[in-house]
Design a binder for this molecule. Structure first.
Ligand code: MLT
Length: 263
């Protein structure tokens, strides 16, 4: 599609009601490959890269709302009903977008994410990560992040560890700095989640240390039509750690909540 005068690609697979999968930091749309493959037997599944990445080399905006602008442009090309799924940073983007009440979105899934803005300690850590990125590059981020993203069980799987590392290492420093600045300055959505009336689902890994099950429980309790599901054995990166379980839960949720595509 055309985005701000440049041609960008949005990877998609399958036919049916659209499901839009938003990736997290420091990753790209490929983190959803296993889940997308399973869902594509029934749905049209899109897994875009945020600006500044492989499929979308337009400048990375450095704000969550800037990423939401891009997702809004994708939505403008889709017929309702659309299911929106945000993983972690993608969840921050999904919540920023929901504040704009996008008409095509009829069901929302938040995966291993948070509603609160960054506290002062968290903001300082983002600045440290930016400094580290500037001095030691993307490899330093991969080194710091791979273990944090995975449960101990997942971290013992060399293939999975290698896949996660490969995705991180192909990101540019500019894209990761944009993510870090965007997450540091992200808007608070704790009150907003209470206003979401769409059918909603929250998924969280049992051992997620970044967006904890307790935090997910708090968000789910604040939402009026929300179901919370915990994925046993997963850490933060549940869509890559447990793609079959995540796909099965999303399949059931969206089968129930997305009607037939309007012509
Ligand atoms: C992510 O997975 O997108 C990030 O780790 C989230 C965060 O650091 O807040």
């Amino acid at each position: 599609m055309d985005w701000r005068g440049q041609s960008v690609s949005v990877r998609e697979t399958g036919k049916g009601s659209a499901i839009l999968l938003l990736h997290g930091y420091p990753l790209d749309g490929a983190m959803w490959s296993g889940v997308a493959r399973a869902l594509s037997a029934r749905f049209r599944v899109l897994k875009p890269d945020f600006p500044g990445r492989q499929d979308n080399p337009t400048p990375a905006p450095g704000t969550i709302d800037g990423y939401a602008d891009y997702v809004e442009a994708i939505l403008a090309n889709l017929r309702p009903p659309v299911g929106l799924v945000g993983f972690s940073m993608g969840g921050y983007v999904a919540l920023a977008l929901m504040k704009r009440h996008p008409e095509p979105v009829q069901a929302l899934a938040l995966v291993d994410t948070r509603a609160a803005s960054e506290n002062p300690e968290g903001r300082a850590k983002r600045d440290e990560a930016i400094a580290e990125l500037r001095t030691r590059g993307v490899a330093a981020i991969a080194e710091a992040m791979v273990q944090r993203l995975l449960s101990p069980e997942s971290f013992s799987k060399p293939d999975l560890v290698e896949r996660v590392r490969r995705i991180i290492l192909r990101q540019t420093p500019q894209a990761l700095e944009s993510d870090l600045a965007a997450m540091r300055d992200r808007p608070d959505s704790t009150d907003f989640v209470g206003q979401i009336t769409l059918p909603s689902l929250i998924l969280v890994g049992e051992h997620d240390a970044i967006s904890t099950p307790a935090e997910s429980q708090t968000i789910a309790s604040a939402m009026s039509r929300c179901r919370l599901v915990t994925i046993p054995g997963a850490g933060h990166l549940t869509p890559m750690e447990k793609p079959k379980a995540v796909a099965a839960i999303l399949w059931n949720f969206f089968s129930e909540t997305l009607g037939v595509v309007r012509s």
